[in-house]
Write a protein that binds this ligand. Structure first.
Ligand code: G5P
Ligand code: MG
Length: 226
């Protein structure tokens, strides 16, 4: 049996984690777990935890570590025979250490995208709430403005993409991510990608994954796109 492959993708809000994760999952058959998706699912279910989570997400604040680890780690336990990719988790050093106690990551992708690019992208992002399909009015607009391509239902904007919450998310990201990035750098699994366009970054990530998934253990490297 092929060795299991465990990866995570990090980056500020709007850096393309979701877009790139879906391409990785499709191209390499990894199970894809998005922290934002599970949080929104718990908000939609209106459980006690969901009501609490909503108060953080709405304000663009990080959900407490113990809530996040309780949300994410049991899902990984159910995937013990699968290769997987985490999007948006771990976000803090406490989360990374909790994950580290259970699993050694083979690869961590870190996306470095200029602030102005992030701001433009997120203020243009619209979602189909029932399916989670994401549209961008410039990058991948819906066929009919304001409507989901498949169902024709109305698109909405996340509360956490609205200007005030967005500023708070971008401000916090750097401070919180630094020790996590340092941890993965010290473990030799971190690969960083810089650029303003997902389509230009993707070929480098695709080629890295092709190499890593066929040749382990991985070596430390800082991959920079031109
Ligand atoms: P999320 O849901 O994890 P964020 O804040 O990390 O949210 P987000 O918004 O989901 O990040 P992304 O996944 O990095 O962004 O990016 P994306 O969705 O793929 O792309 C963003 C937009 O740009 C899309 O419209 C896409 O189509 C477009 N786009 C992509 N590439 C290009 C391009 O090349 N050009 C152009 N023009 N457009 C492009 O987390 C939400 C909240 O949950 C909590 C926090 O409160 C967080 O704010 N949370 C956690 N809290 C604590 N710990 C954790 N681990 C948490 N995880 C989530
Ligand atoms: Mg996302």
């Amino acid at each position: 049996m092929a060795k299991l492959f465990r990866a995570a993708i990090m980056g500020p809000p709007g850096s393309g984690k979701g877009t790139i994760s879906k391409r990785i999952a499709q191209s390499f058959g990894l199970q894809y777990l998005s922290s934002g998706h599970y949080l929104r699912e718990s908000i939609a279910a209106n459980t006690e935890a969901g009501v609490l989570v909503k108060t953080y997400v709405e304000r663009g604040m990080l959900v407490p570590d113990h809530v996040m680890t309780r949300l994410m780690l049991p899902r990984l336990e159910q995937l013990s025979d699968h290769s997987w990719l985490l999007d948006g988790f771990p976000r803090t050093l406490a989360q990374a250490l909790a994950l580290n106690n259970l699993y050694q990551l083979d690869l961590v992708i870190s996306l470095n995208i200029p602030y102005e690019t992030l701001r433009e992208r997120l203020s243009d992002r619209w979602i189909h709430p029932a399916s989670g399909r994401v549209y961008n009015m410039g990058f991948n607009p819906p066929r009919v403005q304001g409507k989901d391509d498949i169902t024709g239902e109305p698109l909405i904007q996340h509360d956490d993409d609205k200007p005030e919450a967005l500023m708070a998310r971008l401000r916090h990201y750097k401070d919180v991510a630094k020790p996590v990035i340092d941890l993965y750098k010290s473990q030799g699994v971190l690969h960083s990608f810089s650029g303003t366009e997902t389509d230009r970054i993707w070929p480098y990530i695709n080629s890295l994954l092709s190499t890593k998934m066929h040749a382990q253990p991985s070596d430390a490297c800082q991959t920079q796109t031109p």
